[in-house]
Design a protein around this ligand. Structure first.
Ligand SMILES: [Fe+2]
Length: 276
């Protein structure tokens, strides 16, 4: 938080980091990696460099906190998680100033891939990243709710899930009068709204989206920062205030990095531009 009481958040997403040494365990890129990277070059060094550039930009513009909203890796393999962690450590940003949540890609290799990463290469970031349902992380004067919307599924599906215990935990936090006085910033990979068609919703959408949206309608201090769409999203709710924000994919950056910024002030989260 700065002297004027403003907290600046930098939002990065969808780095889709590759393992530069995939041949350690098998010959070349797996079929799964090739399928998931269709249309994008399998340039492990280039993708890591893009992530490094984006983190450097977040640091340069003085962000108090950095969130990365999932699809951190391409297939969630150990080597990819290790490469991703190296980039974060190399950035020089203190681990407690970074919040990570997994995306569907981060769980394609193993159902416990995210838990494994938090106990292994991402251990330094575990305290401020998605863990048990309802976990609240308070940093730089802002309360974040890092949410895990992932489940293990075949690479032909890219859905998320926010139902049962996870949804109930958010509802409890949202209804907690002790947390109602300032914004509660949900960080999650999948957008909370339903997708255009029921087929697309099944393949790529968030299970429980309707309940999630009604929760957002009910509690006006809830804001969402999400990834997955690989594009800028601004959605207003209630009173016309924008409360759902999505951002571009680091993996899709070309000549320069793109980092989305928000300012938290006067009880709200405001979009503050896309810097490069
Ligand atoms: Fe993605």
């Amino acid at each position: 938080m700065d002297a004027a009481g403003v907290t600046r958040i930098a939002h990065l997403s969808d780095a889709h980091v590759l393992d530069p040494r995939p041949g350690r365990t098998r010959a070349g890129w797996s079929m799964r990696t090739r399928f998931l990277s269709l249309g994008r070059p399998l340039d492990a060094i280039g993708r890591r460099r893009k992530l490094g550039r984006a983190l450097e930009t977040a640091r340069r513009v003085g962000a108090h906190h950095v969130v990365l909203s999932g699809d951190l890796t391409e297939i969630g393999s150990p080597g990819e998680y290790e490469t991703f962690a190296e980039a974060l450590h190399d950035s020089g940003i203190a681990p407690e100033r970074i919040t990570l949540v997994p995306g569907n890609h981060d769980l394609y290799s193993a159902s416990d891939g995210w838990r494994w990463a938090l106990e292994g290469p991402l251990a330094a970031f575990a305290a401020t990243s998605a863990g048990e349902p309802g976990k609240v992380v308070e940093v730089a004067g802002v309360r974040f709710l890092p949410v895990d919307t992932t489940f293990h599924q075949p690479v032909t599906r890219s859905a998320g899930c926010m139902a049962g215990d996870g949804l109930e935990a958010i509802r409890r936090r949202a209804a907690d009068p002790g947390l109602a006085g300032s914004p509660l910033v949900l960080v999650q990979h999948h957008p909370p709204f339903e997708r255009g068609t029921s087929a697309w919703q099944w393949i790529d959408g968030l299970i429980g989206a309707r309940s999630m949206m009604s929760l957002l309608e009910s509690f006006r201090h809830l804001f969402v920062l999400h990834g997955h769409m690989h594009s800028i999203v601004d959605r207003a709710l209630g009173c016309g205030m924008q409360r759902i924000f999505g951002t571009t994919a680091v993996v899709d950056d070309i000549d320069s990095p793109r980092v989305r910024l928000y300012d938290v002030r006067d009880g709200r989260v405001e979009a503050a531009g896309l810097v490069s």
